[in-house]
Design a protein around this ligand. Structure first.
Ligand code: PGA
Length: 259
């Protein structure tokens, strides 16, 4: 086991999957095994409409919940949107700036920044996603893209209240083609350095920074063994009971914090 002061964190991003009943069943099936695994913080992020049902099933569990998005206004005429206030009390985390939202729903850096501020105002902890496209990676622009996304995301923010960052190279998401541990460790090191200059050193040293993109129970060790990587944001594999439990288990074995 490595010496580590940051509690490892594994979050499952269920994306647009599971009906309410399927979500409840999935979390009921995950709960007994996950509750036995110590030293790792775990969260599931089901669709909005399942948050309440999932929360009920998780009463008294160590598993936390997160939303996959939010709107930045408090309330009003924004048909179809969900406000930070509606989520507070229902979940602890909220994913912000996922590449699918940037790509399909045209979320800009400015929108991501407003959403982070809105989440922090009500005490929700953002899981901020950053990452480069394949062509940017191939053109050697990963560092530039990620630093730019961080500059936009953190504009005007000095207090981060448990904010987590997930580095998710877009070409690795849902493709079965994960990045290497070494590459991700380098980029995540750069992210930590950038947070040092944008916020402060203490915040950066305590901030959990995750890898995301085709994480499985088989490859999680490669990431978790890296010093800068504090866990994973898991998509496809978080919908498979054995896979998600396996990912949390390996993380606990390698980097779990024993209190
Ligand atoms: P994946 O998705 O694990 O299915 O690649 C990760 C994510 O988009 O958060």
């Amino acid at each position: 086991m490595q010496t580590n002061t940051r509690m490892p964190f594994i979050a499952g991003n269920w994306k647009m999957n599971t009906t309410i009943n399927e979500a409840k069943k999935l979390v009921a099936d995950l709960r007994p095994a996950l509750d036995k695994i110590a030293g790792v913080e775990k969260a599931v992020c089901p669709p909005f409409i399942s948050l309440s049902g999932v929360k009920e099933i998780l009463e008294g569990s160590t598993i936390k919940t997160g939303a996959q998005n939010l709107y930045f206004e408090e309330k009003g005429a924004y048909t179809g949107e969900i406000s930070p206030l509606m989520l507070s009390g229902l979940c602890e985390y909220v994913i912000i700036g996922h590449s699918e939202r940037r790509q399909y729903f045209k979320e800009t850096g400015d929108i991501v920044n407003k959403k982070i501020k809105a989440a922090l105002r009500v005490g929700l902890k953002p899981i901020l996603c950053v990452g480069e496209k394949l062509e940017e990676n191939e053109a050697g622009k990963t560092a530039q893209v990620v630093v730019n996304q961080l500059n936009e995301a953190f504009a005007g923010i000095k207090e981060v209240n448990g904010l987590v960052i997930a580095y998710e190279p877009i070409w690795a998401i849902g493709t079965g083609r994960a990045a290497t541990g070494k590459q991700s460790n380098e980029t995540i090191g750069l992210i930590r350095k950038t947070v040092t200059s944008l916020v402060d050193k203490d915040t950066a040293n305590h901030m959990r920074i995750l890898y995301g993109g085709s994480v499985t129970a088989e490859n999680i060790a490669e990431f978790i063994n890296q010093p800068e990587i504090d866990g994973g944001l898991v998509g496809g594999a978080s919908l498979k009971i054995d896979q998600f439990i396996g990912i949390v288990q390996r993380t606990s074995e390698i980097k779990g914090i024993r209190q």
